[in-house]
Design a protein. Structure first.
Length: 165
């Protein structure tokens, strides 16, 4: 569905290029730089951003609480140069990704204009506990005793294992 034109009135004839420019700015602000998120293993993810023209010194990756923030700022090296056409703009960006609880950043590298950030979701440590059943004496409940048992196999993460024997 297209939106109504801002310059649709006959009073604004010849301003189509302004409307097209506004559309380009709106689209590029939301989608720059483009990125992919892929699952590279059972507990591993990778975020890849297209950052052509940025060097490692132009990029910064920080983790702020549960947010991964990637910033890019290119230096303006146009001093002393005369451009007949300048179609490659030095621009800056900031992308933020909300990370789920426990996601860890393993590392990042820049290769052929693509910034890769590897993430790992650690498998939670499974603890097996046995709870002894206490007898009730004189109508007063006794406190249950909980102890660690190391000789039982761990239960699966996504369910309950029935141990026979």
């Amino acid at each position: 569905m297209s939106r109504p034109s801002l310059f649709g009135s006959p009073l604004f004839l010849g301003f189509d290029h302004l409307e097209q420019m506004l559309d380009r700015v709106q689209k590029s602000a939301d989608g720059y730089p483009p990125y992919n998120i892929e699952q590279t293993g059972e507990t591993r993810l990778r975020i890849t951003l297209a950052v052509a023209g940025f060097s490692m010194d132009d990029l910064q990756i920080t983790q702020e609480d549960n947010q991964l923030v990637i910033r890019g700022r290119q230096r303006d090296d146009s001093e002393g140069r005369i451009f007949l056409h300048r179609g490659i703009a030095a621009r800056q960006f900031q992308r933020a990704f909300v990370l789920a609880e426990g996601i860890e950043v393993e590392g990042a590298w820049l290769d052929n204009g693509l910034l890769h950030v590897d993430l790992r979701r650690p498998v939670p440590e499974v603890r097996v506990k046995t709870i002894q059943i206490a007898a009730r004496g004189n109508g007063a409940p006794q406190r249950p005793v909980v102890s660690q048992v190391s000789d039982l196999p761990p239960a699966p993460i996504n369910g309950i294992r029935n141990r026979e024997g």
